[in-house]
Design a protein around this ligand. Structure first.
Ligand SMILES: Cc1ncc(COP(=O)(O)O)c(C=O)c1O
Length: 421
């Protein structure tokens, strides 16, 4: 892995100036975006890249004329940018409408070779987009099981997970990080355990991608998928698949799609304008990295520097937010709370409070300009497991690197006032 040792400080004034949405006001209050886990805001350059593509290069691929050539080369460059992001080769990058659709494409295709009695292992921390596509294979007689969690800190019970992998296990599909409680899972170790049993490792990195660097070579997973709208890009999904699997598995595709990878996995016409936005989003992250560590040279090294800066800033914000939340009487904070273990979580914090449902709390916060989310956010396995589904799930406060310490303080003051009413 390319890694430089320089400490990386974020230039928050520059970061915030890149995101035009952050300047909005709601009912006279500054808009405070704590809804990143549902979708982050985008830098101006992403907006411009999308409209520039539509103004100047809008065409289908593979035509014998200028705008089509531009489209082909734009997609090739976006693929290279995503290859740097994942740390893989360009032909291992598959674009699609979103993570859910890509996961159904892969699960259906893997399912063609499964037999009754084969097993798939998931976890109780997973988003339903990494649950239902695998459970759909139950109709073929495949058995789907879930690894337990440690309820106290909402981490995966690794002993239970290991005990549920056996010779019948064909796929272990887990989230890189929980979109509900922020836990970062031991994906390297989980992949190792899957491979030891001859199973494939499928990683849902949707929630992790805005917070930490991805290195598919080190994780060694067979597939990894994320959604660009969760890390400062447009509404699309992107999948990494090891070349051998993308070539070996049989996709359901139209005849006109070639058998070459990644084309055999990209059906119909892609969202070209959004792909133009994805390239711009990766360039934004790389610029952030170059600003925080001018010694980096390659785009990959710049991306790693960006994530070092993002992590450091998010840890500071998370520490401030968590200590404020833990001082509020009657508020229950889920997930890892010990600052010494912050490396094992994203700054995504789920809470519940006595007296107000998560929806009531989110509504009151929303009126004051604080955008949070309430409910299960499709992490249904978890809300059912914790038995809070019937009570409205959690309130989720999701920090991103564009949030500021002042926003956290204003948020805590508003929450304090609401819960003490
Ligand atoms: C952890 C996680 N996985 C999967 C998804 C589904 O992603 P998409 O909307 O791209 O299908 C989400 C969306 O919230 C998510 O948070």
């Amino acid at each position: 892995m390319i890694e430089t040792q320089a400490s990386a400080k974020i230039d928050l004034t520059w970061v915030r100036s890149q995101f035009p949405a952050l300047a909005q006001t709601i009912n006279g209050h500054p808009a405070t975006f704590l809804d990143g886990p549902g979708g982050t805001q985008v830098p101006q350059r992403v907006i411009e890249a999308i409209s520039r593509y539509l103004q100047r290069s809008n065409a289908n691929t593979g035509g014998a004329y200028a705008t089509s050539h531009n489209t082909d080369s734009m997609i090739a460059e976006a693929r290279r940018a995503m290859a740097d992001f994942f740390y893989c080769d360009s032909d291992e990058v598959v674009f699609g409408p979103n993570m859910t659709t890509l996961t159904y494409a892969i699960s259906r295709s893997i399912g063609r070779d499964l037999h009754p009695g084969d097993e798939i292992l998931l976890t109780h921390l997973d988003h339903d987009a990494n649950v239902s596509p695998w459970r759909a294979l139950e109709e073929r007689g495949v058995r789907v099981c879930s690894a337990e969690i440690n309820e106290e800190d909402c981490t995966i019970n690794m002993q239970d997970l290991a005990s549920k992998i056996n010779a019948r296990t064909k796929v272990v599909a887990v989230g890189y990080a929980s979109n509900a409680v922020g836990t970062i899972n031991e994906v390297e170790e989980i992949t190792r355990l899957a491979h030891k049993a001859g199973a494939l490792a499928y990683i849902d990195a949707v929630h992790y991608a805005p917070h930490g660097p991805i290195d598919v070579r080190t994780v060694d997973c067979d597939f990894l998928v994320c959604s660009t709208y969760k890390f400062f890009g447009p509404h699309m999904g992107v999948l990494f698949g090891k070349r051998a699997h993308l070539q070996r598995l049989r996709p359901y595709k139209v005849r006109a799609n070639t058998n070459a990878i990644p084309n055999r996995w990209e059906w119909g016409t892609l969202n070209h304008e959004c792909i133009a936005g994805i390239a711009a989003c990766i360039e934004y992250l790389a610029d952030l990295g170059r600003r925080s560590d001018p010694s980096v040279s390659s785009r990959r090294a710049a991306l790693l520097a960006a994530y070092r800066a993002i992590r450091q800033h998010e840890h500071e914000l998370m520490q401030r937010l968590l200590s404020g939340l833990l001082s509020l009487p009657g508020l229950k904070v889920y997930g890892i709370r010990d600052p010494k273990r912050f490396d094992l979580r994203c700054p995504t914090i789920a809470v519940r409070t006595a007296g107000l449902t998560p929806l009531q709390l989110a509504t009151k916060l929303g009126e004051r300009g604080f955008f949070t989310w309430d409910g299960n956010y499709y992490a249904l396995n978890l809300t059912e497991r914790l038995d809070i589904e019937k009570d409205g799930g959690f309130l989720r406060i999701g920090l991103a690197h564009y949030n500021s310490p002042e926003e956290v303080e204003r948020f805590l003051a508003a929450l304090r006032e609401i819960v003490s009413q």
